[in-house]
Ligand binder design. Structure first.
Ligand SMILES: O=C(O)CCC(=O)C(=O)O
Ligand SMILES: [Fe+2]
Length: 305
């Protein structure tokens, strides 16, 4: 386990924590190989700006649901980061032990001059992760994990975070806080400088912001969010849209067929043993995903009966 009690305590007190070297060197290299295929030129540029900016470096796919920045990815290892057992366990612990599911996986690739090279205002991420408001009640807590696949020092637009202790007495948290209104949040921010392979974790009740690049360099981060499954107003992305319909490509099937039942559940699929599973649904899902091993759903039915 890379996430230790020390990290858990820090997260609970401050609303965030960075876990250095969360990935092994081997995992990191495998991910970077996938990224080299998926987004040609980005790893090379981020590692060494003398290699020049990647093709279409100024195009931003982060907010485009159909772009290659979104789950599922063509390879195996990036997908396995999204359903990482430590992320699931941590998010579940923060949500008071409830079941959780992943509701966002977005690769964030940016560099100096990029449309998202910006000095953001302090904010909480709940604007696009809940229709309502994140109360100070852990039944509703959502967690964001940011894996960095390239080094982030002060020049690489580190995410700035204001520890929770500076606003724990606030009655409600605003989505955004301007520098003029809350100078102390900015004065006490901490820049999350980390080495490639580290993960930054923050809650949706944690003020943070993106900062500007100070040099002509780039950064690759992977934003992965988890929410309790019980509340329908939580969550950012639904996966069904990647399943293809009469129009648009089907990019979901290879992942659906190769994932474990646990990984599928983490992405919002009905878990084994759920009342959803009956003869008809097992046959229908199996027809849709011929390569899926239906055993866990069949066995779950037997156990539930
Ligand atoms: O890119 C970053 O470091 C932070 C971005 C961010 O917080 C946001 O866009 O909500
Ligand atoms: Fe944010």
């Amino acid at each position: 386990m890379k996430i230790t009690q020390h990290h858990i305590d820090h997260y609970k007190t401050h609303g965030y924590v960075a876990v250095e070297n969360f990935l092994t060197a081997k995992q990191l290299e495998a991910i970077r190989d996938e990224l080299r295929e998926l987004m040609p030129g980005w790893v090379e540029f981020c590692d060494n700006p003398e290699n020049g900016k990647p093709p279409n470096w100024d195009q931003d796919g982060y907010f485009n649901d159909d772009s290659e920045t979104k789950f599922p990815y063509p390879g195996k290892i990036l997908n396995s980061m999204v359903t990482h057992p430590e992320f699931r366990a941590f998010a579940k612990m923060m949500a008071n032990g409830q079941d959780v599911r992943c509701d966002e996986s977005s690769l964030s690739l940016k560099c100096q001059g990029h449309p998202r090279d910006e000095d953001q205002v302090m904010h909480c991420d709940y604007g696009n992760h809940t229709l309502a408001y994140p109360p100070d009640n852990s039944d509703y807590w959502q967690t964001t994990f940011v894996l960095f696949y390239t080094n982030v020092d002060l020049n690489h637009a580190p995410t700035a975070i204001c520890p929770k202790t500076y606003y724990s007495d606030d009655y409600i948290l605003s989505r955004v806080c301007s520098r003029a209104d809350r100078p102390e949040l900015y004065a006490n921010e901490i820049k999350a400088t980390v080495s490639a392979g580290s993960v930054l974790m923050y809650s949706h009740r944690t003020y943070h912001r993106g900062t500007k690049f100070l040099k002509d360099v780039g950064r690759i981060g992977h934003w992965i969010s988890y929410s309790p499954t019980a509340w329908q107003w939580l969550g950012r992305d639904g996966l069904s849209k990647s399943g293809g319909n009469l129009r648009g490509p089907e990019i979901l099937r290879p992942w659906m067929e190769s994932a474990t039942a646990e990984e599928r559940t983490a992405m919002g699929f009905p878990p084994p043993g759920h009342p959803y599973w009956c003869e008809e649904t097992i046959a229908g899902v199996s027809a849709r995903y011929p390569g899926m091993d239906m055993t866990p759903y069949k066995l779950g039915r037997v156990r539930a009966n």
